[in-house]
Write a new protein. Structure first.
Lengths: 117, 112
């Protein structure tokens, strides 16, 4: 059974970089034609796609965040990561599997990241 | 980005009664390959969203057949034939035809 688990700091200083990691079990991030990505949820903006990385290593990002986002992976650990610069974005961050066309079929449990000094 | 508009935003329903949620997109969701990438998600209180329906009308494994999706072009509907207590939560539509994928505002279903 596929499982995705987010990890990272719960508190980030404003304007610093928000960094999260997603550990995947029950499936390989390099097999199949899946994207592995990040979606966030906040009361103000609702659910918002951030971006994803394909099993081949190609990435695609939401244009509204593209200048601040980097998604990378560590295939040896079966993990992928999110870096979001200039943090101002308190939200629950979910790591997800995208089966193509931004189609989320699996979600992690989510992690709340608060941006505050 | 494609704007997804759901209605109603709040939906009080009596147990055993049907429920219906509408989702409209700001442009057609038919992709050049002929597929329509419109999904429905359920988010129960304190949980992550869970996909119920993909590509308009396909139910995910384990989803009761009380849930059904329909629609085409820019107008889509999620129907629950008989609401149960377990259905309480927020329901979202999401389009994946035009990148980036975008979600509706959510419809909160509660029991009267």
């Amino acid at each position: 059974q596929l499982q995705l688990q987010e990890s990272g700091p719960a508190l980030v200083q404003p304007s610093e970089t928000l960094s999260l990691t997603c550990s995947v079990s029950g499936g390989s991030i390099t097999s199949g034609s899946y994207f592995w990505g990040w979606v966030r949820q906040s009361p103000g903006t609702g659910l918002e796609w951030i971006g994803s990385i394909h099993s081949s290593g190609n990435t695609h990002y939401n244009p509204s965040l593209k200048s601040r986002v980097t998604i990378s992976r560590d295939t040896s650990k079966n993990q992928f990561s999110l870096n979001l610069a200039s943090a101002a974005d308190t939200a629950i961050y979910y790591c997800v599997r995208d089966s193509g066309s931004w189609d989320v079929d699996f979600w992690g449990q989510g992690t709340l990241v608060t941006v505050s000094s | 980005d494609v704007v997804m508009t759901q209605s109603p935003l709040s939906l009080p329903v009596t147990l055993g009664q049907p429920a219906s949620i509408s989702c409209r997109s700001s442009q057609s969701l038919v992709k050049t390959n002929g597929n329509t990438y419109l999904n429905w998600y359920q988010q129960r209180p304190g949980q992550s969203p869970r996909r119920l329906i993909y590509k308009v009308s396909n139910r995910d494994s384990g989803v009761p057949d009380r849930f059904s999706g329909s629609g085409s072009g820019t107008d889509f509907t999620l129907k629950i034939s008989r609401v149960e207590a377990d259905d309480v939560g927020v329901y979202y539509c999401m389009q994946g035809t035009h990148g980036p994928g975008t979600f509706g505002q959510g419809t909160k279903l509660e029991i009267k």
